[in-house]
Write a protein of this length. Sequence first.
Length: 83
Amino acid sequence: MDREWSVTAAKARLSELLDRVISDGPHMITRRGRAIAVVVAVDEWRRKSKRSGSLAEFYAASPLRVTGFEIERPGESHRDLAL
């Protein structure tokens, strides 16, 4: 089953392309032989782009968290600025 469509074919047969995306999965759109886009069903898009957890949870779960690496900060608390 071919999952690659030229821009011209995709425009001419858009309804068929969408039906195939729903039944078969993602299809690629090409222009002059180069891949330029992928058409994917909205259910799959939502499932794959759904955020799982917060950034804080991501950092907390990092294996680098327990390495013991410490950053030394300069003793100065601020810089003098001429305004």
